[in-house]
Ligand binder design. Structure first.
Ligand code: G6P
Length: 612
């Protein structure tokens, strides 16, 4: 988490930094700050969002063509002005911005304090910049060498950029475990946590690798070496991202735009990978490892948050279609419980950002034990795809809203393609069923458009229930993970307490919560368990719960029992999550807007969780 930007070149840095920080605000928004070099080294920082920083700098000197900027998600030290980045060194000759955690900051801080260093913040970051200056002075080395030595002394994760009053023609940056991209222009460089702040200036970028240090200079020089002092030749890649993808395009919020983008994002996920007419699925990333998956004794899927819900859908898909046992794991739990992993295992890591620290660490562990790692990620060039043996990008386009929407449906789409391809190779589904499912998958984007037509009705429902204190979401089979996802969406953006449950499990606990105040969202677009779910709806009705149902067009029974029903097109059961999740996204969105919540940047959350 935390977003970092840097600029060096001929332009004024401040507007570039501010614009870049706004793009990176999804990574955290507890405080923001910049440091600018213009003869003197000035820093401006304050608690709050980037817009608060703009107000804070009004009328102040923000000149300078070299600068760094930071937007923070607090770990060490509460969100306040002092803990905001950038942080100065003891002499104020250096300033640093940092994303990550310096785990051994406490002993380093103690040692430096005993030698007279004074710290003003509670952050781990301030310790690092003091350490760099301390090394520079005591070991009489230049700044780059001091950075290198310091980074060999710290444990943990970092993406850092350092600006110096004395070395006023350069920026020094480094990464380990936290992402960093360098954009290369004409005698100018743009540094950022991801490519979104860079895309409008240049398409030429370098994704830094772990334990690399880069120096970029005013005269257009770029050098990269490792912290072990080996020189590296930077690999320049072309960005595929488009600027329009990063703007709201007339929508009030990114989240709403991203919900409405789903017919296109699901289509983009399938583009070039499926041809129903010819009965073909081709996931390029699978080719080399297909036989490994086909012959796997089991698949382990690791993920966090919404991606973990996509993993649960995948469990149904792989078991149902490809007949491979699947274990779905929270990445954070998987790592710390001494899991049994062998060379025969296939581990699928699902992550929108491709940077989630726990997921990344889980796959590193599985790799060490010899498993084959397959990454399903959205952000091209991010850490998880680079750490995986093979993978498939979801191609949903940049997702800016902190609550994940289109990334989820694209993940489920990729996983459905994978399960179908494997099922076909294994012969676990008949040829005719395979063709039927392929045809239906191609129809999904059109059906999503149909679902979106329920938006006005969903807004009405939101109005009716916006003041509820609790919500229950119930579903069975493929719709159980959707119930979890619906509850998560509501919790994270509207701050209403919500629980997702398997509908039949309700009677083992949550049924005690049901009274005439309790909205219960039922996912009833399953064909196979329809009668069972009707009984569950009856059980809720009998206790005066207020039923909101998601049903197939033409439904009669559940509709009769519901206060509100949202009709969606029927589909093949393995794809039902692709349709039923969408009304729940809209419901959460409208309720949150009506409650005056910041939908795109909910409190305490960040989109990319790069700390454990
Ligand atoms: C954060 C985000 C969630 C996301 C989760 C996993 O908690 O707020 O929306 O689902 O991280 O992120 P990933 O990038 O690995 O999918």
């Amino acid at each position: 988490m935390c977003g970092i930007v840097g600029y060096i070149g001929k332009r004024q840095a401040y507007p570039i930094l501010i614009k870049g920080l706004k793009r990176l605000e999804y990574r955290g928004y507890d405080s923001a700050g910049v440091a600018l070099l213009n003869g003197d080294l000035k820093t401006y920082k304050c608690v709050g969002k980037v817009s608060d920083l703009e107000k804070h700098t009004e009328g102040k000197d923000v000149q300078g063509s070299i600068g760094i900027g930071h937007t923070r998600w607090a770990t060490h030290g509460e969100p306040n002005d002092i803990n905001a980045h950038p942080h100065y060194s003891e002499s104020k000759n250096l300033a640093i911005i940092h994303n990550g955690i310096i785990e051994n900051y406490a002993p380093l801080k103690e040692e430096m304090m005993s030698r007279g260093h004074k710290f003003i913040s509670d952050t781990d970051t301030e310790v690092l910049v003091h350490l760099i200056e301390d090394i520079q002075q005591n070991e009489k080395v230049d700044l780059e060498e001091a950075v290198r030595i310091a980074l060999n002394e710290v444990h943990g994760a970092y993406a850092i950029v350092i600006i110096s009053k004395e070395n006023n023609d350069r920026l020094i940056c480094a990464r380990k475990g936290s992402p960093m991209v360098i954009g290369i222009g004409e005698k100018e460089f743009f540094i950022a946590s991801d490519a979104t702040p860079i895309v409008e200036y240049t398409k030429n970028v370098i994704y830094m690798d772990d334990e690399e240090i880069a120096v970029v200079t005013l005269d257009g020089q770029l050098s990269v070496k490792t912290i072990k002092n080996q020189t590296k030749t930077p690999y320049i890649q072309k960005l595929e991202m488009k600027l329009e993808q990063l703007e709201k395009g007339g929508y009030e919020h990114f989240m709403l735009k991203e919900i409405y983008e789903q017919p296109r994002s699901i289509h983009d996920t399938m583009r070039g990978r499926i041809n129903a007419e010819r009965g073909l699925i081709k996931l390029g990333g699978l080719i080399e490892y297909e036989s490994k998956i086909v012959n796997a004794d089991r698949i382990i899927i690791v993920a966090c948050g919404t991606s973990w819900h996509a993993a649960l859908v995948a469990e149904y898909l792989f078991e149902d279609l490809a007949r491979i046992p699947v274990e779905v794991e929270y990445a954070s739990e998987f790592r710390y419980r001494n899991p049994i992993i062998t060379e025969k295992d296939v581990v699928i890591a699902i992550s929108q950002s491709g940077e989630t620290a726990d997921t990344l660490a889980a796959i590193e562990l599985a790799k060490q034990k010899g498993a084959t790692i397959f990454g399903v990620c959205n952000v091209i060039g991010s850490s998880i795809p680079r750490a995986s043996h093979a993978g498939a990008y979801t191609h949903a386009g940049p997702e800016i809203g902190v609550a994940s929407t289109k990334a989820f449906t694209s993940q489920v789409t990729v996983l459905a393609l994978m399960a179908l391809q494997i099922a076909h190779s294994k012969g676990t589904i008949t040829e005719s069923r395979y063709h039927q499912l392929l045809n239906e998958l191609e129809n999904i984007p059109e059906k999503v458009k149909e679902v979106l037509k329920a938006d006005n009705l969903i807004r009405e429902i939101a109005y009716e229930f916006k003041d509820s204190a609790n919500f229950l979401y119930l579903g069975r089979g493929y719709n159980f993970p959707v119930a979890l996802e619906g509850a998560l969406k509501l919790k994270e953006i509207s701050y209403i307490h919500a629980e997702g449950y398997p509908a039949a499990e309700m009677k083992h606990g949550p049924i005690a919560l049901i009274d005439e105040q309790m909205p219960v969202v039922f996912l009833c677009n399953n064909q196979s368990a329809y009668e069972k779910i009707v009984s569950n709806v009856q059980e809720v009705k009998a206790r005066k719960g207020r039923v909101i149902s998601i049903v197939e067009q033409g439904d009669k029974e559940v509709k009769k029992l519901s206060e509100y029903s949202i009709e969606i097109p029927s589909t093949e059961e393995p794809f039902s999550a692709l349709l039923s999740s969408i009304p729940l996204q809209l419901l959460a969105y409208h309720i949150a807007v009506m409650r005056g919540c910041n939908v795109d940047q909910p409190r305490n959350l960040a989109k990319s969780v790069t700390v454990e």
